[in-house]
Design a protein. Structure first.
Length: 444
């Protein structure tokens, strides 16, 4: 185990670590020295309530004893085997995952995370259909590898666009900033579906292998689709022989108050991708749950793809412990109740109080507040793809008071561990309330 001091860790980080998605020279990463449950500690001894779950993955909180023990026991028994061999951790993880996925998605292909899960889901859909195009939505995030970032519909795609990956973007529903001038959920649903139908017709249905969408888009704003939208997409896919890939990397494994967010719509996709919450991110793991029909495509024909660490025993042992704990402790029910009893009512109260809050939305332990400088015009408090002094002030005031929130452009996302208690959730929401008051009064 490393025994560097926190200051030395910082110094070496700045000297040698090249960080994701960032200009390197100006970085000032927080050194996390300790973490437990819903809290982390920085190198100055400050305790912060982690409303980010890091990158929305520590679903059972930090240092969960059951997961830690499972990893230790697996390491002591069998640290690793290549994907070609069977082992009990991987077999049991696959069985448990399949017991919760919807419909007949009972075959599990393991990856190391979410981006590669999406890459493989698309590859399977392409080989199954013999078609090449893939449709995905603007305002989405599907990962940082080449195809996944091309599927992504946020500014991170701009610098990475190769223009030759067969990806086509369309508008998903988002009533607050409707691309269709809709004013009700029903209008938004109908117009978004009519738009998608037109995109399919103009792209050529016979060229489209798959539609990839987040069941609830996460990083792009936790936008709950209007009732009936996902059923409508399923129907369009069925009509045209297009595979539906549900990206549940962020929304899955209880975050949205169901095992998988797509259950809210009672839709069964052809492929479902997962990562993060599958094992609370303790060891990298992701995967694709595959329908029987797609599985049959590869029953007698080799699947041309794989990864050295696919279904790594340490990661799978962590998944088994995570899923068993979720079952035993009724974590999904707890997450759903936190949404209806704590986050929903408290955030609506905050919205009534703070002029900057244009909208709050979410479900389970998956919430966003959309910040605007003007409620009438809905002018974002920070531009798309950018930030603003007001947002920076809210974040600084939050962390000074002991809250670590997740911010993206003009939004703050509230995505703590699913194991958070109601009292801890209120503690974080109270800090956010104070931070909004302080930042707003400083800007006047
Ligand atoms: N898909 C969604 C919906 C995500 O939120 C993410 C990551 O945030 C990914 C895919 C990419 O996952 P990973 O970073 O594990 O590759």
């Amino acid at each position: 185990m490393s025994d560097l001091t926190a200051d030395r860790a910082y110094e070496l980080d700045r000297k040698h670590v090249f960080h994701s998605w960032s200009a390197q020279a100006s970085l000032d990463p927080m050194v996390i020295t300790k973490a437990e449950g819903s809290y982390i500690w920085d190198r100055y001894g400050n305790r912060l309530l982690d409303f980010t779950s890091q990158l929305v993955f520590t679903n059972l909180g930090h240092q969960h004893p059951r997961i830690v023990k499972a990893i230790q026991e697996q390491a002591a028994t069998l640290c690793t085997v290549a994907p070609a061999y069977a082992n009990s951790a991987r077999s049991e993880a696959a069985r448990l995952i399949a017991s919760h996925t919807p419909g007949d998605l009972n075959r599990i292909f393991f990856t190391n995370g979410g981006a590669d899960a999406n890459e493989h889901a698309v590859r399977m859909a392409r080989l199954h259909t013999g078609r090449h195009k893939v449709l995905s939505t603007y305002r989405s995030y599907h990962g940082g590898t080449q195809l996944a970032v091309n599927l992504t519909g946020d500014p991170r795609r701009w610098a990475n666009d190769t223009g030759s990956t067969g990806t086509v973007h369309f508008f998903g529903p988002f009533l607050y900033r409707s691309a269709f001038s809709a004013t009700t959920d029903e209008e938004e649903r109908e117009r978004a579906l009519a738009h998608l139908e037109q995109v399919i017709a103009l792209e050529g249905p016979g060229t489209i292998a798959a539609i990839v969408l987040e069941s609830i888009p996460g990083t792009a704003g936790i936008m709950i689709p209007p009732p009936g939208y996902l059923q409508g997409v399923r129907e369009l896919c069925d009509r045209h022989g297009i595979m539906l890939i549900a990206d549940e990397v962020m929304a899955g494994f209880g975050r949205a108050g169901k095992w998988f967010a797509i259950e809210h719509a009672e839709v069964v996709p052809d492929l479902l991708t997962f990562a993060k919450g599958v094992n609370s991110g303790y060891v990298p793991l992701g995967g694709v749950a595959i329908s029987e029909a797609i599985y049959q495509t590869f029953a007698d024909r080799p699947y041309p793809g794989g990864l050295t660490y696919s279904g790594h025993p340490l990661a799978c042992a962590a998944a088994v412990a995570t899923i068993e704990t979720m079952q035993d402790d009724r974590i999904v029910e707890h997450a759903a109740a936190l949404g209806t009893d704590v986050f929903g009512p408290a955030l609506r109260e905050l919205a009534a109080k703070h002029e900057w809050i244009g909208e709050v939305r979410g479900t389970g332990v998956f919430w966003a507040i959309e910040l605007v400088s003007n409620r009438e015009t809905r002018e974002p408090l920070a531009p798309y793809g950018g930030t603003s002094p007001q947002l920076a002030a809210i974040l600084a005031a939050s962390s000074r008071r002991g809250l670590l929130p997740f911010a993206n452009f003009n939004r703050i996302h509230l995505v703590p561990p699913l194991t958070i208690t109601a009292a801890e959730a209120h503690e974080g929401l109270d800090i956010l309330d104070q931070a909004l008051t302080e930042a707003a009064s400083a800007s006047h």
